[in-house]
Design a protein around this ligand. Structure first.
Ligand code: 3IO
Length: 337
């Protein structure tokens, strides 16, 4: 009911603003996590740049925190035109984006900037079918993911039977390591932690601060698990309606925005962990070499399973995978990250 009222208020406001505007276009941009989180920080940066670069011909109205669309109905909502633009976490859509899910595989990305640029290049090279219903504006990833939990996970043995929230390949990974993976979007995680449905989560360390998980998850275990890939998508008809000069501004911003977001998050995860130590005295555990080797040994079977799965969909997994590794190495060398 509250959400409906907010939506109605927002719609009324949108109508007023549209009526007041004598020229130009307003684009609505929906996002699922809270305003402080990095997908929303990059959204505000994109809004600022677009408004500046189009000299105000385009204004962007942002809707963080699932006020317009939620994590799991974002893709459909953008296709249907409920929002012009939306940010999706690809891991929330199993089987829908098979090619770009390569970025969620365990390939030991250590930098978000590298992962985000590699993702962008992979998308540009393959222009996969799976995105044919929308216009892709940018792509990026979160940072490598780690266990954040209410119970201390000092070794993989401690993980046995522990329910952890994840999404996409991370659910499989948690299960493979002896834990219990529970799939859900980031936005549902605070309640699941509160209720004890899960004892922790696997994600990047920015959320310790931005979702305040450091308060409830006092134990952090460095696992260097995969990054989660994101895509910012636009309604196709809305895209088609834009003038060419505006289209050019948005297209020119695609790669730059991927890099900006990656660089922002690389810095931010360190700050968020430092903040969590200071404010909540969180403890950080490093696993033994044997446990890290055990984690590494789970990677190849997951990669093989992905290749087999995408082959059934007509995708050359070997080629996609080796291109991704190539882009990763290229950017690691270029950026020294
Ligand atoms: C994420 C998702 C939303 C807000 C902040 C975030 N930091 C890392 C992630 C990745 C993730 O766990 C997810 O669900 O996409």
């Amino acid at each position: 009911m509250k959400r409906l009222l907010i939506l109605l208020a927002v719609l009324a406001l949108t109508g007023l603003m549209a009526a007041a505007a004598t020229a130009g276009t307003t684009l609505t941009y929906a996002n699922f996590p809270p305003a402080k989180t990095f997908p929303c920080v990059q959204m505000e940066r994109w809004k600022t740049e677009v408004e500046k670069r189009t000299n105000g011909a385009v204004s962007v109205q942002t809707f963080p925190g699932s006020t317009l669309l939620e994590g799991k109905n974002m893709y459909r909502g953008v296709m249907m035109g409920q929002a012009d633009i939306g940010c999706i976490s690809i891991a929330y859509y199993p089987g829908v984006f098979p090619l770009m899910s390569a970025v969620n595989l365990p390939v030991s990305f250590t930098s978000t900037e590298v992962a985000s640029l590699a993702m962008w290049d992979l998308f540009q090279k393959y222009r996969p079918e799976e995105f044919k219903n929308v216009k892709v504006l940018t792509m990026f990833t979160c940072a490598p993911s780690h266990i954040q939990s209410k119970v201390a996970i000092r070794s993989l043995a401690d993980l046995s039977g522990v329910e952890l929230r994840g999404s996409g390949s991370l659910v499989t990974f948690i299960n493979d390591l002896g834990g219990r993976g529970v799939g859900m979007p980031m936005s549902d995680t605070p309640e699941a932690l509160q209720k004890g449905v899960v004892k922790g989560l696997v994600s990047s360390f920015d959320v310790l601060k931005d979702m305040n998980f450091a308060e409830i998850c006092r134990y952090e275990t460095i696992t260097n698990l995969p990054v989660y890939p994101f895509a910012v998508i636009m309604n196709k008809a809305k895209w088609a309606s834009l003038p060419d000069d505006v289209k050019k501004v948005l297209d020119d911003l695609g790669r730059e925005q991927a890099q900006w977001t990656g660089a922002y998050l690389d810095d931010y995860v360190d700050q968020a962990l430092a903040w969590s130590k200071e404010k909540y005295q969180v403890e950080v555990f490093r696993l033994s070499d044997a446990d890290m080797a055990e984690i590494a040994s789970k990677g190849q079977p997951m990669i093989d399973a992905w290749k087999k799965d995408v082959a059934a969909k007509g995708i050359d997994g070997d080629a996609v995978f080796s291109d991704m590794i190539g882009f990763k190495k290229k950017y690691e060398a270029e950026l020294g990250k």
